[in-house]
Write a protein that binds this ligand. Structure first.
Ligand SMILES: [Zn+2]
Ligand SMILES: [Zn+2]
Length: 386
């Protein structure tokens, strides 16, 4: 399904300034907030859509990336610090952060706009299980090719004995403290008038109901410890600090609450041959002096098998050779980095007597001519006007 353009979603021109974008978001978010549209199922989808558009367009970096790559800037498996809510946001949290300065977040709005329903939503959301995170070590070869890994995790699973209800007999009763509302209100007078603060009922954790006889195997939580193996498809080109968000693979929430996410972070292990520089990899090749002078074809490793590199005669120390496309694939873009081969010349610490004689002879043979040296330094001096 093709995604709607973020600018179109908010109804702003592509060169809109941040104020215009914020205003457009406020207007649309108020219009589509699910609590204001209890009978319109499509409102929540639209609410999320405008939230996602705003979360990208209100962030300079994300907006720049979106302008350049469009929605494709976020493809390839979710959360590379990515766009919108793939990167870990929540449309309701965003809404609160934008409207929060009206005073007291949701509660501060009072009954007329969001009233009791916000309490209902809160209770459901408060039951969402915690996110889990794991670190996945990857070799440079795995980063270059992409790899499917299996991650074993311990997590909070739904209790089998009570089917996650937390109740021994399957029954729940209304919370006596909040009479089923799931929230308690606090009304206070302030400089700006009456402020209504609504918070989750502590008697039932905002659920409105309590379990009269708790399940013995989970003591009423509806959860049990378990283990599972989660397959993780690691796309090629990831780097340290990138992560993938696996929706619903985290801990389950209490008593049938929604599962949190599993956040898989990537960590590159050191490589025996290569060091990574962005999407290029650097390989240090040490050759002998005769090889540098005479030239030589040398077999060297790459991330994908070995290749022969032709060292031409007269190669200088420090020379860089570039093997096109032998590096790491770009994650947000087409193409692949290169392998750089940096030449250094081997100087032995100890040599045999025969080798000493040969080297001495060689030295006399190839020393730059003294005259040539003089004129070279003279030229340098002249150039600096001395
Ligand atoms: Zn209660
Ligand atoms: Zn149970």
């Amino acid at each position: 399904m093709s995604k709607r353009d973020f600018y179109e979603t908010l109804g702003v021109p592509r060169d809109a300034d941040s104020d215009t974008i914020k205003k457009a978001y406020r207007k649309a978010a108020m219009k589509y907030h699910p609590d204001r549209n209890p009978d319109d199922k499509s409102a929540e989808g639209k609410f999320k859509e405008v939230g996602e558009a705003y979360s990208v367009l209100s962030d300079q970096n994300k907006r720049a990336r979106y302008d350049r790559f469009g929605h494709a800037g976020n493809q390839g498996g979710g959360g590379f610090g990515g766009f919108g809510f793939e990167g870990g946001g929540d449309p309701f949290d965003l809404f609160k952060s934008v409207f929060g300065n009206f005073g007291g977040g949701f509660g501060g709005f009072g009954d007329d706009i969001f009233g009791r329903q916000s309490g209902g939503r809160r209770s459901q959301r408060s039951r969402r299980g915690k996110d889990l995170s794991v670190n996945l070590k990857l070799t440079l070869e795995e980063v270059a090719k992409g790899v499917e890994k299996k991650v074993k995790i311990k997590y909070q699973a739904p209790c089998k004995a009570c089917s996650a209800s937390g109740s021994e007999d399957g029954k729940t009763s209304q919370c006596s403290r909040c009479h089923g509302a799931g929230e308690v209100r606090h009304i206070s007078e302030s400089l700006f008038g009456r402020v209504v603060n609504v918070s989750a009922c502590p008697g039932c954790n905002g659920e409105g109901t309590v379990v009269s006889s708790p399940c013995q195997s989970c003591r009423g939580t509806g959860l049990e410890r378990d283990e599972k193996v989660v397959p993780v498809a690691v796309p090629s080109g990831v780097s340290d600090g990138n992560y993938l968000k696996m929706r619903g693979e985290g801990n389950y929430g209490a008593r049938g609450g929604e599962a949190g996410d599993l956040v898989v972070g990537f960590q590159e292990t050191a490589h025996e041959h290569f060091s990574r520089h962005g999407d290029d990899v650097l390989y240090d090749l040490v050759i002998t002096y005769p090889q540098a002078v005479l030239g030589k074809s040398i077999e060297i490793p790459t991330l994908n098998g070995t290749v022969r590199l032709n060292i031409p005669a007269g190669t200088q120390s420090g020379k860089l050779f570039r093997l096109k496309g032998r590096g790491i694939p770009h994650i947000n873009n087409v193409g692949t980095g290169d392998q750089l081969v940096r030449i250094s010349i081997y100087v032995p610490r100890k040599v045999s007597n025969t080798a000493k004689l040969t080297l001495d002879k060689l030295d006399r043979e190839i020393s730059p001519d003294d005259k040539e040296k003089d004129s070279f330094f003279k030229k340098v001096k002249d150039a600096f006007g001395q």
